[in-house]
Design a protein around this ligand. Sequence first.
Ligand SMILES: O=P(O)(O)OC[C@H]1O[C@@H](O)[C@H](O)[C@@H](O)[C@@H]1O
Length: 302
Amino acid sequence: MYDETLPTVEQLEVDELVCWRVHTRHGELLMTQQGAQVLSYQPHGEEPVIWLSGQAAYQKGKAVRGGVPVCWPWFGDLRRNPAEIQGMHQGGPICPAHGLVRERDWTLLGIDSEGPAVRLDFALDTASEPLPGWPHAAELKLSILMDEQLRLTLSTRNTGDRPLAISQALHSYFAVSDIQGVEVEGLDDCRYIETLEDWQERKQKGPVSFRGETDRIYLETPRRMAIVDRAWKRRILLEADGSASAVVWNPWIDKSRRLSQFAEDAWKGMLCIETARVMDDFLVLRPGEEQRMVLNISSTPL
Ligand SMILES: O=P(O)(O)OC[C@H]1O[C@@H](O)[C@H](O)[C@@H](O)[C@@H]1O
C-alpha cells in the first residue's frame, strides 16, 4: 500500500558529520555532506545493497569506510596514473590516494522529491574552493536519485581555460553474503591489470570469483555487470554510462588488518566494484566541456 508520508528526508548529525537519511517507498539511504558520500543503501525487505563498515568513523577530514566515496581528480596512487593526470598536480607533499574530494564538504544544491522519488544534488567548485596542489577550475557535481533504483551521476565541467585531465571512480562498496560464494558477471574476456602482480595485464575468463586478495583494474568494460549472490538469492545489477573501466577489490585477510575503520573479518561481507575512468580511460575536458559518468544500481531476486 502506498504510504502517504513518504518520501521523507531527515537531516541529522552522526558524530562530526552532517548527514541525510532518505526514506522512500523503495528503500532507505544515508549519506553525508563530506565527500557527498552515500554511506548506505538498503531496499525495503532486502539485505543492504551498499555496505557500510561496522567500524566506520564519522569524523571531519576522514573518508568513511564504506558507501560510495568519490575519487577525483585522480584515482588511487597518483604515481600510477597517466602522465597527463600527474601533470595536473603541481607538486607539494599533499598527494593522498584517491584524490582530494572525499574528505571535503561539498555544497548541497538541493533536495527535490519527484513523486515517490528523491533527488539530492551536491557540488564542489574548485575555482571558489581551491584544492591543495591542484590549481585548476572545475565544477564537480554528484546527483543522487533514489527511485526504484539508486542512480548516481558524477559530472565534471572544465570552467578553466586549459584542457583538464582527470581520473575518477565511484568507489562503491557492495554488501555480499560471503565473498567466497559470490561471482561478478559481465567481465568475461575483458583485459585487466593485476595490480598485485606487478601490474601485469591479463584476460578474464568466465565470471570473477574470489579466492584471495583481489585488486584489479578491468579495461574496456561493458555497460552492465552484476554481482550474483546465491546465498542472499539476489543479483545486484550495475549499469554504467560514460565509463569504460572498473576496479574490482577485496582486501581479504592480511590487508584487512592494515585498513582503517575495518573489522578483521569485514572482508567477508563486502566487495568493491568501482565504476571508473582510469588508466587509458581517463577524461580530458576542453575548456567549457562537461562530461558525465552514471551508475545505476538495482537488485533482483535470483
Ligand atoms: O583505504 P583507501 O584509500 O580507501 O583505499 C581502499 C582501496 O581502494 C581500491 O580502489 C584500491 O584498488 C585498493 O588498492 C585500496 O586499498
